[in-house]
Design a protein around this ligand. Structure first.
Ligand code: PLP
Ligand SMILES: N[C@@H](CCOP(=O)(O)O)C(=O)O
Length: 457
């Protein structure tokens, strides 16, 4: 499989180079030159077996099938549910896809447990080392740290927005005592952190000197691994399904789009946004305008610049990289861009968006508990509430993605229901583990100096 950049001028690469490269040299994101047709073998029923069949075409040419199968098997062995991503029924036509059974209790583990192993495999084969720079609004950071801790060949620097992640999210990152892990609290928002990461990649001499790699959904390997649970849940329900996805950086829902392009019968995607509703406004008007980032009860989605929307737009304009480069330059230069109406129509064919504010999120946590007895986290609640707003189509089940465990956001859940969700036993002492974190201003030179110093040490 070969991959091309959404901005059209970076060289096409194979999977293992895409894995290590992160952002394309022209500032774009890599996508497959063409989407493989889904071919799951008869008799493949476990999550792992289906996952190998779904993903192997993406890595073919870079990794042997047996090696890949054993990495997939190993990646999901530590999940605390035999189905890895179990489906739980909420009502007659609504299902919750629980994606929080990995070690750090959010959907990011599903991809990063595998991506960590892919890095190990490729770096050992090449005899190379890399520095991972990542931005997080709370969940990618902890999942990446858990997946990459104690690796000889990988240094990891994770930037998070200071004071804008939950205490549990922060502690899951800052209490990991491993020589290759650094946490940095940036005086800014997640968008600032993501811009710093992209700016480090755009600084070519720095990027080459430090051998930068990415764990954010910039990295197509993340997107690839997230397509699998769209396949397993549709197979479990049979027939066409719709998905409601609480959305920030657009990586998770873009993975669903990828599954649809591979032939999974998906009717539509419902995007749930919190008060940071740039995507909902874009779907309603065709204009994408950056505004201030607001702190909400679902902090992992406090994002204005949804990186992966670029991948969707590239698909919908027939891989016209020049058009995407021009639209993105206008968006970043002017803070606003209006898309051609044909492009908005193409997006609207498969996607609708709903904004869910904090009061509605709280009400949804309570209502879901009253109706089903299930405790959901605020991000998942945004998805459930958006799916209610979207309504149902006769005979089409709605699968809502449960993206985090409620115990990651105990204050919000307790405020909604009066009950504080407990962390699972392996994290029971999280509160008393010592934290290690550095602080930096939102300043590229300061962050680059920090990364350079770390790798000199
Ligand atoms: C718990 C949770 N839900 C939803 C999202 C949004 O997912 P995405 O950024 O892929 O749209 C995130 C962050 O990525 C998250 O951590
Ligand atoms: N919500 C994310 C933000 C980063 O998204 P990613 O999918 O690009 O890694 C987080 O929790 O860090």
């Amino acid at each position: 499989m070969r991959y091309v950049s959404t901005r059209g001028t970076a060289p096409p690469l194979g999977f293992s180079d895409v894995l290590l490269t992160g952002l394309a040299a022209d500032g774009g994101l890599y996508v497959p030159e063409s989407w493989p047709r889904l071919a799951v073998r008869e008799g493949a029923t476990s999550y792992v077996d289906v996952a190998v069949d779904v993903m192997f075409p993406f890595v073919e040419g870079s990794i042997e099938r047996d090696d890949f199968a054993s990495m997939v098997d190993d990646a999901y062995a530590g999940f605390d549910h035999p189905d890895v991503a179990p489906l739980v029924q909420l009502d007659d036509d609504t299902w919750l896809l629980e994606l929080f059974h990995g070690p750090t209790l959010a959907f990011k583990d599903v991809a990063l447990q595998l991506v960590g192993r892919l890095f190990d495999h490729e770096l050992a084969r090449r005899g190379e080392r890399v520095t991972i720079v990542g931005a997080t609004s709370g969940d990618t950071g902890s999942a990446a740290i858990e997946a990459l801790r104690d690796r000889e060949a990988i240094d990891v620097v994770i930037l998070h927005p200071k004071g804008r992640v939950s205490d549990v999210q922060r502690k899951l990152m800052t209490t990991v005592d491993a020589p290759n892990i650094r946490n940095v609290a940036i005086d800014g928002t997640f968008d600032d952190c993501q811009d710093l990461v992209k700016a480090m990649f755009a600084d070519v001499p720095f990027r080459e000197r430090q051998r930068l790699s990415a764990v954010n959904s910039i990295n197509f390997a993340r997107v690839m691994a997230q397509t699998v649970y769209y396949v397993t849940s549709q197979r479990r329900l049979g027939g066409p399904v719709s998905f409601a996805v609480p959305t920030g950086n657009f990586g998770n829902v873009f993975s669903g789009y990828g599954a649809m392009r591979m032939g999974v019968p998906i009717r539509r995607f419902v995007i749930g946004s919190n008060r940071n509703d740039i995507l909902t406004r874009f779907l309603a008007t065709g204009t994408m305008s950056i505004s201030e980032v607001h702190a909400t009860l679902s902090p992992a989605m406090d994002i204005q610049v949804s990186s992966n929307l670029e991948r969707l737009l590239f698909e919908l304009v027939g891989h016209d990289g020049a058009q995407i480069a021009e639209l993105m330059a206008r968006f970043r230069g002017e803070g606003t861009v209006t898309f051609p109406s044909e492009l908005l129509d193409a997006v609207s064919e498969s996607f609708s968006g709903f904004r869910v504010d904090d009061d509605e999120t709280t009400a949804e946590i309570r209502r879901t508990y009253d109706e089903t007895g299930l405790v959901i986290d605020p991000h998942t609640a945004v998805g459930v509430a958006a799916s209610r707003a979207a309504g149902r189509e006769q005979g089409i089940p709605m699968v809502v993605l449960g993206t985090a465990h409620p115990a990651k956001f105990p204050d919000a859940v307790e405020a909604a229901m009066g009950v504080r969700p407990e962390l699972p036993p392996h994290l029971a002492d999280l509160d008393v583990r010592p934290e290690r974190v550095d602080e930096l201003p939102n300043d590229l030179a300061a962050v680059e100096a920090y990364v350079a110093e770390l790798t000199r040490a």
